[in-house]
Design a protein. Structure first.
Lengths: 226, 379
């Protein structure tokens, strides 16, 4: 069995609203091996997005140990965590979250600004990533000139351009029609199968979940057996 | 540019405000131009009661005899009307033709004109701007009606002086004191034999205070006690009469800066609020606080700098327009009216301060916002 890329031990997360403490995740323990394609499913409010955010290092647990790609995230400062994210995580959002004033190429180039690459190298890497997602002919298009499926492919190119070991996707097909959703899932499947990317995906869509190798269901902040 | 109209309006708002600020600073600067033009080696001796009271002409030799005094001249306010009252707002002085221009070297008069002025009793010398204003030429005869000294007065222009510095007043009219005095002795003898003030050139400017004290001591307990001060203090004394207006102008200029701060702050706050999700995305990608600070502060400074630059450029035509609007009165009130380099610098500095201040809250908000909170604003 491959080494675990993600390791959660007794992880909890709760939010405080005024004096009220609202538990979202309770004592989650799990491991995700390198190369896994994991789908997290569950009803709204089950804690799946919170779990994804913890794994991606954009939120912090209130208890437990969280280790991703060999790094214990609890001990990192905000700056260290930001640097860690730029090296380790490729994030795919439900609503793509491309910057509207930048072209597809510039959007994909964005994470590379944090690397020591030259401008020419950055452009080359971004072009390769766009080619990989099948958008070589759309590099100079702005987000508003692209369809939803194309925008999500640009977002995937942006997520993979730094070659991170882990891709996290929050409802990547949630805003797409059926055909586009299928294309996106094919692309994620390829990235997992051909390029060995570990993928953790939150989805409501059973068809999308079917493409994952493993599906975990959450309800009320805990894993449930289906 | 995501909201071109908003950005353009903000830049224009800053430009107009900076221009107004620059214009007010120029007006204040013009008010003080006389202070800049004052010489450190000149003292002014006037009646201790007020400038409205005169001093005997006989004081001249007494002052000249005081140790430390290099030379003495004098002047007397004429207050005549040329054409009508509207056209008469320019300084008119009866002066000691023998040495007035020696003590005021900043009034540059060609030697032949100076000689011509000295030779003719009703000759007068006018500043370049005054001559241009009335289209006066050398040899022209000018008729004036006396308001303080009754009667019709006729002068012949024998000299046109130019200023040595930008701040030198080129709107004055000078004529022979003797011409005035002789006529007064015949018509209104009680007005004769007195002058408005003495201008004392000291040998050593460092000993100015000492000489001033000696002059005032010399005339202590006389019928016309004197008050001697440096030319700078004398001019400042004049300005202090308008101090309330100047304070009001300064307050207005700062209010203008406050207004543009609010305008830009509003734009930046709206911008930052709209982009909160984008800042969250950038943070997710690994961009840190310093990148966001660079982005937001940079944008704010760019808007402020563009508006500031435009405002500074507008200040020049605005100052010209102001001069035209003031018309003939301009020269009398502001002998030197130019947008100074220091004003441009202050305008630029103010624009930058505004740009920086306007970005503080949005920057703080963007840096503080948690990624998950920022991402929730998507869609």
């Amino acid at each position: 069995m491959a080494d675990p890329l993600i390791e959660l031990v007794d992880v909890s997360k709760s939010y405080r609203r005024d004096t009220l403490e609202i538990p979202v995740l309770q004592n989650i323990t799990m491991t995700v091996p390198e190369g896994e394609f994991l789908a997290l499913m569950g009803p709204s409010g089950s804690g799946k997005t919170t779990l994804l955010n913890l794994i991606a290092g954009i939120d912090r647990p209130t208890g437990g140990i969280l280790r991703v790609a060999g790094t214990e995230l609890g001990g990192l400062s905000e700056t260290e965590l930001a640097q860690w994210r730029s090296r380790t995580i490729g994030f795919i959002f439900q609503f793509y979250n491309l910057l509207p004033v930048l072209t597809a190429l510039e959007n994909v180039e964005l994470p590379l600004l944090l690397t020591p690459l030259s401008k020419h190298e950055r452009r080359e890497h971004a072009a390769v990533a766009l080619e990989l997602v099948g958008l070589a002919d759309r590099v100079h298009h702005y987000p508003k000139q692209l369809s939803g499926g194309q925008e999500q492919r640009v977002a995937i190119a942006r997520a993979i351009v730094t070659d991170p070991p882990l891709l996290v996707a929050d409802e990547p097909t949630g805003d797409l029609d059926r055909t586009s959703a299928q294309e996106i899932m094919n692309l994620l499947g390829r990235l997992n199968a051909e390029y060995g990317k570990t993928i953790v995906m939150v989805t409501h869509d059973p068809r999308a979940a079917e493409r994952a190798r493993k599906v975990i269901h959450l309800d009320k902040g805990a894993f449930v057996q289906m | 540019m995501r909201h071109p109209l908003r950005s353009i309006l903000t830049v224009l708002g800053i430009a107009v405000a900076i221009s107004a600020f620059g214009l007010i600073r120029t007006v204040i600067g013009a008010w003080y131009s006389g202070v800049e033009a004052s010489a450190p080696n000149r003292l002014i001796t006037r009646n201790a009661v007020s400038l409205g009271f005169t001093l005997p002409l006989a004081y001249r030799d007494a002052i000249r005899g005081i140790p430390g005094v290099a030379d003495v001249t004098y002047a007397h306010w004429f207050g005549g009307i040329y054409i009508d009252e509207k056209h008469s707002q320019f300084p008119q002085f009866a002066v000691d033709a023998t040495n007035f221009y020696d003590i005021y070297p900043e009034f540059r008069l060609p030697p032949e004109q100076k000689a011509a002025f000295k030779q003719q009793r009703n000759a007068m010398v006018v500043g370049r701007k005054l001559a241009e204003r009335f289209n006066w030429k050398l040899g022209d005869t000018v008729q004036m009606r006396g308001m303080i000294f009754p009667g019709e007065w006729e002068f012949v222009i024998r000299g046109i002086y130019t200023g040595a510095e930008k701040s030198t007043d080129e709107t004055q009219m000078h004529f022979h004191y003797q011409y005035l005095d002789e006529r007064l002795r015949q018509t209104t003898p009680f007005q004769a034999g007195v002058v408005g003030w003495y201008v004392v050139k000291v040998q050593d400017p460092k000993r100015g205070a000492e000489v001033a004290e000696a002059i005032d001591r010399r005339f202590k307990n006389s019928l016309a006690e004197t008050l001697t001060e440096t030319e700078r203090a004398f001019v400042l004394g004049f300005i202090s009469m308008s101090e309330t207006i100047l304070v009001a102008l300064r307050i207005i200029s700062m209010v203008i800066i406050g207004v543009i701060l609010l305008v830009l702050s509003n734009t930046m706050a709206m911008t930052a609020r709209e982009r909160l999700s984008e800042y969250a995305v950038l943070k997710t990608l690994g961009f840190g606080a310093r990148h966001l600070i660079f982005l937001i502060v940079g944008e704010s400074l760019l808007i402020a700098a563009t508006g500031g630059l435009l405002g500074i450029l507008i200040t020049y035509p605005a100052a010209d327009g102001f001069e035209r609007a003031m018309g003939d009165a301009m020269g009398a009130i502001f002998p030197a009216f130019d947008v100074a380099p220091s004003t441009q610098l202050i305008c630029a500095l103010m624009a930058m301060i505004v740009g920086l201040a306007a970005s503080l809250f949005p920057t703080w908000r963007a840096v503080q916002v948690r990624i998950v909170e920022g991402l929730r604003r998507v869609g």
